[in-house]
Structures are given as C-alpha cells and as structure tokens.
Design a protein around this ligand. Structure first.
Ligand SMILES: Cc1ncc(C[n+]2csc(CCOP(=O)(O)OP(=O)(O)O)c2C)c(N)n1
Length: 645
C-alpha cells in the first residue's frame, strides 16, 4: 500500500486495516486521527477534549487487541470519537449527534465494535467484568476485556463496586485508568489527590522504575511473562508498592503510571499486559484536549465547546440584535446565590456538574457553602440528607437523567426520613443531541409516586425563581417534604428574568388562557408551545382553554374539579414519559372522582427516543406547537362524550 502523508486514515475502514500497518507509521495515524476530530467537531459540534486526549490510546488498543472479539468498553463514551472513526464510521462521522445520524456515544446497535452502550459514567468496569466472567464460563479463554475509564468516572461508587468484585476473581480484565486530572470541571476528592501522589512521589517512582525495568525485559517472553510478574510481586511484597497502592490492595495488578501519548510505548506495554493473567490496571497519564492548544489551556470550556474556528480557536456564538432569554441553569445559579445571601442555612450540592448546572456561580461566590462531590449522585443525595438533618436548606442540583442513579437515596434517605431537601433537576425532558442515555424522560413519573415529595416544573424563568424561593421558605422546610423542581436544558422565554421573588402556593396551578371546548393542561416550559398552539388555533376559530398545572404533585385538585366540570375534552401535555406521568396523574384524578371526559395525553411514548435537536424530538413525539394544535383539533371535532359499553 502506498503510504503518503495525510492519506493513511482514509485507508483504515476497520481496525483490521490498522493492524496491518507497520508500527512505525502509528504516530502518523494518530496525527491524522487527531486532525480529523478537530476538523469535524469544529464544524459539526460535539464533545472534544476527551477524544483528543485518548487518540494514542485508541490507536494502540485497536492495534494490539483483536477487536471486536476482544471487548473494548469506553466509560461514559464521550471520548470514543477516535474509536468510532477507526471502526468503519469515518465517512458517517459528520452525522455524529444529528437527528438520524451516529450517536455521540458507543451504542451496541450501531456497531459490533461498541461492546457496551454508554453515556452515564462509571459502568465500564462492571460491564467488562461481566463479559470477562462470561468468557471464562464459555471457555473463551483467549478473549481480552478492556475497560477505559477516566479519573473523573473513577470517583463513582459503581467503579469501586466493580473493582471490589474484580479483585476477587481471576478474570481476564484490563482496566485502563485514563488520568488527565479532569472531570468536566477539574476533578475533585481524595482519590484525585492520591493519583497525583502516586504519579509524583519520588519514592513510589523509584519502586515503579524497578518494576518497569523488569517489565521492559518481558516483551517477547510470551508465556514466561507470568513467571516474571510473580517474581516482581514476590520481590516487592513488602515494598511500598504493595503496601500503599490502592489498586494492589484490591488485588488488581497495578502498572504505571505511563505516558498515554507515547504510542510506541503504549503498544509495547499493552502487548506485554496481554500475557499477564487476571485483573489488572494500567495507569495512563494524558492531557485532555491534547494537540489543540486552546483545548489544552481551558479544558472545561473545551469539553464540549460548540462550533469553533479551528484556525483561530474562536468559539462561534450566535449574534442577536436584542437581549435573549437566559439559560434555565443560569437562572438557577444566580437565584441560588441571591437566596443564599438572605438565608444563611442554604447550601448547594452538585455531583461533578458545576459548569453544567451553573452551581459554579455559588461555588465562586460562597466557596464554603457549595460542594462538588465528584461523579457520585447517590452520595450527593445522602450527603444532602445528612445536612438537612442538621437544619441546612440544601439545594441538590442533579441532571434529571443522572438522578436515576440516586433513586433509592431519594426514597430511603430523604423521603422516608421526612427531610426537606430541594432537588433541582436540570436537563429534564429531552436532552437533545446527547440522546437517550441523557434524556430526562422519567423524573415526573418516578418522583411523583414517592410520599413526602413535592414535584413542580416552572413554565418560565420567573416561575423557576419563585419555586426556588418557595422551596427554601420556612413553611415548606417545616413541612417535611422534599421539593423537586425540574426544568429543561437551554434558554427560557424571559430576557428580563430578574423578577421580584414571590412565594407560590404549593399545589396551585394557574389559568393561562380561558376558552371553550377543549382544556389543555400543561406542566413546565412545554406550556409555551401550548400558548403558540392556542394562538394558531384562534385563527381557525378554535379557542381551547389553557391551564398550567405547575405541580405534578400535589395536583391542584380544586382547579381539576373546575376543569372536569366545565370540559369533557381534555388534552394533557408533558415533556416526560406518558407511563406514570402527569397525564396519568390527571387520569387517576378523573377516575377517583368519577368524571367522564375524552382525554388525550401527549408526552414521551413508551419507547426509546434517539438523539436530535429538542424541537425535532418534540415533533417526533407530537408535542411541538403544531402537534399540540393538531391534538386539539382532533379533540374539538371528536364526539363530545365517550361512548359507554
Ligand atoms: C452518572 C453520570 N454523571 C455525570 C455525568 C456527566 N459527565 C460526562 S463526562 C464527565 C466527566 C468524566 O470525567 P473523566 O471520566 O475523567 O473523563 P474525561 O472527560 O476527563 O476524559 C461527567 C461528569 C455522566 N456522564 N454520568
């Protein structure tokens, strides 16, 4: 094959092609792969720094291991762009994260090389271990199982649960710890300090060098590698390495730290590790954003920067001629500080999403009172519960989708114990391009069935502020109920959002627009679509009434009685799953009180909705403005009463 600069990547349609290349050209493959990622993400968007940081690892792993038979699992999966490009998806890569296009994360349905579907963090060790144990049961003893996990993802309990189990097995598992000292924001916690210590400690490194000198002799030894390793281990038994290494203590053989950007060394080491049996961990040091200056400098900003000029490094922002509404997350962040200035009991908690949730506004203004606890949603909730027992007013902000991780803690540690923790669920509803792993589809259903829980969703910025103000009030805090406020990703509707704070009556909805024939009941910002639908319908002579439920729990029963007495055609609209959601709550109310009405529910159907722009997904599910208008038309022209059998 003719190899000229700049055309190697174009010849790689599968890892098999890569494996046929001479090892000396791998640096060139890495350069081209890195450039391909920069070219694409700058124009089409997506996650950025994480994939640049694992370019060499990606090439080395596919070069050394026999994927897809060997199982390669990427934790979170936001760093797997290089993997996608090398595994037959290069020519579709421009569709990454677009409606109908490639998923932004590994996905089993998409490719046999995507051994495990991801999006949420810290699953890779457990999944790879499950595969490794199955391979043993099925006598597939040559198969390798590799979990690539970041130092951020390693902070989660689930990662430790996996290691705890793995260390007690003799499974063929290789954990690659991709240590770049970053989560989305700088990584936090004692583990981070520990990893820095073992990377920089001179005593530790002396011992490590001895190990590597021995390991250096291993290449080409084949089966005797096992013998060498046991020699190393017995030699070091009493040494610092054995005594103090966290991973060794869990019975995982620890190797490293090594430079995760030295492709040649990586290939040698991975080849050597292939011959070492049992569960093992390779500690690789990498730089997030490697090879793209601006991304190396400001790693948080370049985690997922949006579109940018790849030459100047300028991030492209839309320019508007008038003030735009803020993001809901920023309204949350600023309002929290405003409230905390007046109420010194208020504290903030985020599991690893200071920038994503705008908790960083409080972390900057009041560093003692705002806590980033790492990627640890379960801990975030129980930690909040603990603080609530001591009278703190806790605003625990978790993306709706990540709250799924902490459901037991919500029930067991908060609601059963009647603790008034305030949960702010960001990214509720469709997350957009991140897709099904990130959609906040279920929170209305899973929160509203828990006793001692209030569930609300604001229709706009002012409502969000007022709900936050209400949640921290003495009346609510003494009521011993947790208080969930869910709001979506992105901008609201009010450019002038710094409205005076006013308490909202818990469980009270509001009439947005009076009308006749059909009543539309909405919850949350999706109500703004209903406003648009009503305006369009008016031109056709239809005048449905529109109510904002505001609370999924407790429901405004007085308002619902009024509605069901006046209307026998009701449309419910929610940006959440239909099964068990707010529409279901309205049906339960109707049945419990003996009302009869023709009810149509719009929301997320009982199926997995893929990725795309939020509006595209709303349209797909039929609750964009036109979908709502169409549902009203259908109801308006349907038979007035429901036929009884
Ligand atoms: C359960 C869960 N919580 C939060 C997130 C959001 N998230 C995505 S990537 C990321 C940082 C991961 O850091 P690390 O594992 O070190 O990978 P890096 O980006 O540094 O390569 C976080 C917090 C997630 N995906 N899953």
């Amino acid at each position: 094959m003719l190899i000229t600069p700049g055309n190697l990547l174009a010849t790689i349609d599968s890892p098999d092609h890569l494996r046929h290349l001479d090892r000396t050209v791998l640096p060139q493959v890495c350069n081209e792969l890195r450039q391909f990622i920069i070219d694409n993400v700058s124009v089409y968007g997506g996650h950025f720094g994480a994939s640049l940081g694992v370019v060499e690892l990606t090439v080395a792993l596919h070069y050394v291991f026999n994927t897809p038979d060997d199982q390669l699992i990427w934790d979170v999966g936001h760093q797997a762009y290089g993997h996608k490009i090398l595994t037959g998806r290069r020519d579709q890569f421009h569709t990454n994260r677009f409606y109908g296009g490639l998923s932004g994360f590994p996905k089993r349905k998409e490719s046999p090389y995507d051994a495990f579907g991801v999006g949420h963090s810290s699953t890779s060790i457990s999944a790879a271990l499950g595969m490794a144990v199955s391979s043993q049961l099925q006598q597939q003893l040559q198969r390798h199982h590799i979990a690539v996990i970041g130092d951020g993802a390693m902070t989660a309990g689930l990662a430790f649960e996996g290691m705890n189990h793995a260390g007690a097995t003799n499974s063929n598992l290789l954990i690659i710890l991709n240590d770049n000292c970053m989560s989305i924001d700088p990584n936090v916690g004692a583990l981070k300090e520990y990893l820095t210590d073992i990377t920089t400690s001179p005593t530790y490194n002396k011992v490590k060098d001895e190990v590597w000198n021995l390991l250096g002799k291993m290449s080409g030894f084949g089966k005797s590698a096992q013998e060498i390793v046991s020699k190393i281990e017995s030699g070091l038994k009493a040494s610092l390495l054995k005594q103090s290494n966290l991973f060794e203590s869990l019975h995982l053989r620890y190797f490293g730290p090594i430079d995760g950007h030295d492709i040649d060394h990586l290939v040698s080491v991975l080849n050597d590790l292939k011959d070492i049996p049992g569960p093992k961990l390779l500690h690789c040091l990498t730089v997030k954003g490697k090879g793209y200056g601006p991304a190396e400098k400001d790693q948080t900003k370049w985690h997922a920067p949006g579109l940018f000029d790849k030459v100047t490094g300028e991030i492209k922002k839309k320019v508007y001629d008038k003030p735009q509404p803020p993001k809901y997350q920023d309204v949350f962040g600023h309002t929290l500080v405003e409230l905390a200035e007046k109420n010194d009991k208020i504290v903030g908690v985020t599991p690893a999403m200071p920038s994503g949730s705008s908790m960083n506004i409080m972390m900057k203004a009041m560093p003692q009172r705002a806590f980033d606890v790492g990627i640890a949603e379960q801990h975030a909730v129980t930690f909040s519960a603990g603080m609530a027992t001591q009278g703190q007013v806790v605003f625990c902000n978790i993306y709706s989708t990540f709250m799924q991780r902490a459901y037991d803690q919500v029930i067991h540690d908060v609601c059963i114990q009647e603790l008034p923790v305030v949960f702010c669920l960001d990214r509720a509803g469709f997350a957009g391009a991140d897709g099904p792993t990130h959609h906040g589809a279920y929170d209305l259903a899973f929160m509203r069935c828990v006793p001692n829980m209030i569930v609300a969703s604001p229709m706009n910025e002012q409502e969000l502020r007022n709900l936050m103000f209400t949640a921290q009030s003495d009346t609510v805090q003494q009521g011993k109920c947790a208080f969930t406020i869910r709001y979506p990703r992105g901008e609201g509707v009010m450019p002038n959002w710094r409205t005076p704070l006013e308490a909202v009556e818990v469980g009270k909805g509001r009439l947005i627009r009076d009308g006749e024939g059909v009543a539309i009941l909405t919850i949350g910002p999706i109500g703004n679509y209903a406003i648009q639908a009503c305006e369009a319908l008016e031109k056709e002579g239809l005048r449905p009434a529109h109510y904002d439920l505001r609370f999924a729990k407790p429901l405004d029963e007085a308002m619902l009685h009024t509605i069901f007495r006046r209307f026998d055609k009701v449309l419910t609209v929610e940006d959440g799953c239909l099964v068990g959601g707010v529409g279901s709550a309205v049906l339960e109310f109707m049945a419990d009180h003996g009302y009869q009405a023709r009810v149509k529910r719009l929301g997320i159907p009982d199926t997995i909705i893929e990725h795309g722009e939020q509006l595209e997904l709303h349209r797909e599910c039929g609750f964009d403005p036109e979908g709502i208008a169409q549902a009203v038309r259908e109801l308006a022209y349907a038979e007035r009463t429901v036929a009884l059998a």
